[in-house]
Write a protein that binds this ligand. Structure first.
Ligand code: NAD
Length: 501
């Protein structure tokens, strides 16, 4: 069986603690590879390989040239990478291409890093005094990533971090680890094509809590970026900070779509179905809760979404006509099914039940059909928690204020969308809602790469977002220089704090 290696110091490495885990194909339910788990020694070896300060002094334009070459190489291998990604994650091929493409958009941002790293300069801040600031890299930094975007999220992190002059240790999800290793190989090739030495700049180790703890406690690691579920994000934030590291830790989500009575219902139904069920609901920016305002809106939505679900096509990842594929594992499918059961027990009305779904010819695959709940109430646990599956919950409200309060009070605050033709209502909603990313008639408001990604409340711990200028800030530290070149007479010693006169 294929073995998925680490990537350390520019080469594939087969070492590890001896602990291994199978990587399954969610379409068939069969093991297709094994992944080696790192112990603290393996993590230390990756960090040692990354500890080469020469990368920081490669000028930003040459670092950007590596990013340009990397982008070309990933684009040239798009089909094969997407097939590999789908075979371990289960999302359909077109969606895997989207996963890779969204990551490449951050690489495109990283190609412009010379501009983003320019500091500030004040001439004549005092007599003969100039003040300037520069952004310098942190050193060896790390990323720990979830299963659901095995290409995009690693590229969010290492694209900006490396372009800023840091070297990187990536610990991707053990569920779909092959694409990150291939990206590291392509990065190595990109260095060769650009004529820049990148050995040790991007390293990949696999594993679980043991590898993660080794990263969080290693003195050489200066910053950690994490994306995953909220309890683990909180743990990473606390442990990383306790060990003196800069940490950003993105967590789970439960995004709401507010539908006002004046919304374009034809468009809303299409947007909702795509955003709730795409990628089998395994997106932190999925839209698993819809909040219609008024009974008429709710009744129409329920009827039209149910009708759409009759034609929604679940299939294997390679089926170009399938709208979503299997979920990532049998245990995750069972967890989704248990949330559906919970919703029923709590008294919500299960309008469409996806649990009985079986894929002909793929009976051992991790498939689950689309489910729809109506009359879901805020006090239900199945509403309060993240399900991360193809389940849409309708929470009925009577007013704009009631609808605005739901996402605002929810424990998660990643994304939210409002659907309306009323510009004033949309503007007020965007200003007042207690959530980090807002869509106005946009169901999945993932910001473009040169803006920044991050939620609020239990969706993110730490105060700096992913990519855009926030990413540049996270992966660099500011140094400020105050320079005086006096002319003529020297001043006497001063025993009071200098002020600007
Ligand atoms: P997860 O939290 O199980 O795993 C994320 C990473 O943490 C993996 O690399 C995993 O190996 C590691 N990990 C797992 N258990 C650990 C432990 N006990 N100690 C230390 N590290 C551990 O998340 P997942 O299931 O891979 O991904 C799905 C979750 O990620 C969902 O909650 C989803 O909302 C969230 N997510 C959030 C965002 C965002 O930007 N907010 C984006 C994508 C996914």
């Amino acid at each position: 069986m294929r073995s998925i290696p680490f990537f350390i110091d520019g080469a594939r490495v087969e070492v590890g603690s001896g602990r291994r885990q199978e990587v399954t194909d969610p379409n068939t339910g069969e093991a297709q590879a094994t992944v080696t788990f790192a112990d603290a020694g393996d993590v230390a070896a990756a960090i040692a390989a990354a500890a080469h300060p020469a990368w920081a002094s490669v000028n930003p334009q040459r670092r950007a040239r590596v990013m340009f070459a990397f982008k070309r190489l990933v684009e040239a291998e798009m089909d094969a990478l997407a097939a590999l990604l789908s075979s371990e994650h289960g999302k359909v091929i077109a969606d895997s291409k989207g996963d890779i493409q969204r990551g490449l958009e951050v690489i495109e941002f990283a190609c412009g890093i010379p501009h983003a790293l320019k500091g500030e300069y004040t001439e004549g801040a005092g007599p003969g005094i100039d003040v300037y600031s520069m952004r310098q890299p942190l050193g060896v930094v790390a990323g720990i990533t979830p299963f659901n975007f095995p290409a995009m999220i690693p590229m969010w992190m290492f694209g900006v971090a490396i372009a800023c002059g840091n070297t990187f240790v990536l610990k991707p999800s053990e569920k779909d680890p092959s694409v990150p290793v291939r990206l590291a190989e392509l990065f190595m090739q990109a260095g060769q094509e650009a004529g820049v030495e990148v050995k040790g700049v991007l390293n990949v180790v696999h594993g679980d809590k043991i590898a993660v703890d080794a990263i969080l406690t290693h003195p050489e690691i200066k910053a950690v970026s994490f994306v995953g579920s909220s309890d683990i994000a909180h743990y990473i934030y606390q442990t990383g900070a306790a060990n003196g590291k800069r940490v950003q830790a993105m967590g789970g989500a439960k995004n709401h779509g507010i539908v006002l009575p004046d919304a374009d219902m034809d468009q809303v139904v299409k947007d909702l179905v795509g955003a709730a069920y795409g990628s089998a609901g395994e997106r932190c920016m999925a839209l698993p809760v819809v909040v219609p305002v008024g009974k008429k809106t709710a009744d129409e939505l329920r009827a039209r979404v149910s009708a759409e679900l009759e034609t929604l096509r679940v299939g294997v990842s390679t089926d170009a006509s399938a709208q979503y594929g299997p979920v990532v594992s049998a245990s995750h499918r069972d967890k989704i099914a248990s949330y559906i059961e919970m919703g029923v027990e709590e008294g919500a009305e299960l309008v469409v039940d996806g649990r009985g779904f079986a894929m002909q010819g793929y009976e051992n695959g991790f498939f689950i059909g689309p489910s729809l709940f109506d009359h879901v109430k805020p006090e239900m646990k199945s509403y309060q928690e993240e399900i991360f599956g193809p389940v849409l919950q309708i929470v009925r409200t009577e007013s704009f204020e009631e609808a605005l309060a739901l996402p605002s009070k929810h424990q998660y605050g990643n994304g939210v969308a409002i659907f309306t033709r009323n510009g004033r209502a949309a503007r007020e909603f965007a200003a007042r809602v207690n959530v980090g990313m807002v869509g106005i008639n946009v169901p999945i408001p993932v910001p473009v790469a040169y803006h920044t990604f991050g939620g609020w409340k239990r969706s993110a711990f730490g105060d700096t977002n992913q990519h855009g200028m926030e990413g540049v800030k996270f992966w660099t530290k500011v140094k400020t220089v105050t320079a005086r070149w006096p002319e003529g007479m020297q001043e006497d010693s001063s025993f009071v704090i200098p002020t600007m006169r």
